[in-house]
Design a binder for this molecule. Structure first.
Ligand SMILES: [Mg+2]
Length: 165
């Protein structure tokens, strides 16, 4: 369903996504939310585990690309440049705009992409609207913002709906 809030797949973290398995499913592009999906909010640089996962993706013929709503001017560019990947920032998720920009910039069709993120009302809804296979992960950390827990509670029914699939 084009406007569904339900993720197509639910996993614990990005590391549950096996590059070889994705490749065998025809995936050539992994679009990814930045904060709380690839890395915790306060972390300025990619971890060794993240660097290794990105290398494995590339080894399987899959590009990693960030689609972020981050409003901090240097956050997304600095992180993605350190990891050696491209990005769309100020993506305006759940608008389709940022997803379409990422597809245009990388040259892949929506059918060969998937989107992974930690938020239903931005990452998942936007991916479903754009016709991109959506994968939900658990947020990496709660951080200092108490509203994150409230949002997570509101999202809970959609997380569970995804899990039963
Ligand atoms: Mg996020």
């Amino acid at each position: 369903m084009a406007c569904s809030l339900v993720p197509r797949r639910v996993v614990s973290s990005i590391y549950d996504l096996d590059p070889q398995e994705l490749s065998s499913q025809g995936i050539r592009l992994v679009l990814c939310d930045l904060d709380n999906t690839l890395t915790p909010y306060e972390e300025p640089l990619p971890s060794p585990a993240l660097r290794a996962w990105k290398e494995k993706l590339e080894g399987a013929g899959i590009a990693l690309y960030v689609v972020s709503n981050s409003r901090k001017s240097r956050r997304c560019p600095a992180f993605c440049e350190a990891l050696g990947i491209g990005y769309v920032r100020h993506a305006g998720k759940p608008s389709r705009k940022g997803y379409m920009e990422a597809l245009t910039k990388t040259g892949f069709p929506a059918s060969e992409a998937l989107m992974v993120g930690d938020q239903i009302f931005t990452d998942i809804w936007g991916a479903n609207r754009a016709g991109i296979y959506s994968v939900l992960v658990r947020p990496l950390a709660w951080g200092k913002n108490p509203l994150r827990r409230v949002r997570y509670a509101i999202e809970a029914p959609f997380r569970w709906a995804g899990k039963r699939k």
